[in-house]
Design a binder for this molecule. Sequence first.
Ligand code: ZN
Length: 415
Amino acid sequence: MNLGKYSFGIGDRFNHEGIAQLSAIMEANKNGINITPVWNKSNREHDIVNSEPEGTRKEADTAVKESGWEGDYFVDADHINLENVNRFIEHSDFFTLDIAEYIGKESSAEDIKNFKKSCEIFGKSIDIEGINDSVLIDEELLDSVAVKYLKAIKQAGKIYRHIEETKGKGNFITEISMDEVEKAQTPLDLFFILKMIANERIPAQTLAPKFTGRFNKGVDYKGDINQFAKEFEQDLLVIDQAVNNFDLPKDLKLSVHSGSDKFSIYPVMAELLKKYNKGIHIKTAGTTWLEEVIGLAISGDEGLAMAKEIYIRSLSHKKELCAPYLDVIDIDESQLPAPEKIINWNGDKFASTLRHIPDHPDYNPNFRQLIHVAYKVAAEMGDAYIHLIEKHSNVIGECVKENILKRHLSRLFKF
Ligand SMILES: [Zn+2]
């Protein structure tokens, strides 16, 4: 199974926008950019909206069939671990093994000894592509990387083999994710992580490190763009070197868990991918849900009233809604408009406050982030919500397509 050079992860909380999402990717294909669509949904999302992985599979299959898509596509069990993977095994063919919680956990003396032994091939020092100075390989360095990552990669091996037992070798894509942690992994860390992955015989095809800076949900990148560019470039080179020297799949590529909408680093990534002729997997968060709310707001009185109700309810449940996302949102509460204020807004005003057009005078990233995490509110509205998004599926579908095509794909892949 092959992801292709470019793949793009799309999330859809309520499984209604698969066709619109795919239409954006098909449009990119018409422009000569072949992108493999991947529908991703995490265990956390399923729990919050009370959905099951089977629904994501159905959505993807239906969208593909109805749109006449003939290329590959995948359904990603996003951020899973040994405790929750079983619910996904039958329905997914892409698994993102989340090992963040094992980073920094202690390994057995034997595992550490074996890892160190496997590094004897490097000799006393090694030149790593993209890292300026030769790296001295000593006990101290090997101990420090083993302490940080060995247990985590061993755990990835356990999860991988558990999935392989049921699905069979080569029948699914394996991604390893370490992005949901506080500290970024350096390119040197990445080199040894890849060595551990090869030792563990995990045929990982994508790897999602934590990069420097903040990747908040649904809003732009916050951090040092030059530092990000440097890390991203070094990571591309490190992966190259690892693939050429370790026993890893030749198509292994970086996965960026973007949290969506990282517009300011899209051109940086585009340029470096072009420079080295490399592929990428970009995973976005479920911002399609925000397009549903935007579409409702501009669909007429009934839809606008519901969009306002979603916001007002999310304001009063702010704490609970934000709790699972505290590491990946930054909401300035003083910038959240009061209910009395928004009640008088028309649809355009509501939509332009929510829509991510950074230089639009109405755009409010605080409003946007709160609604982003408020999909539980819509889930609780149940049929009333589903009924309205179905009724206004044309308007919403246009918003979903435009968002993915114009604000993401065309910026990332430059067409
Ligand atoms: Zn992630």
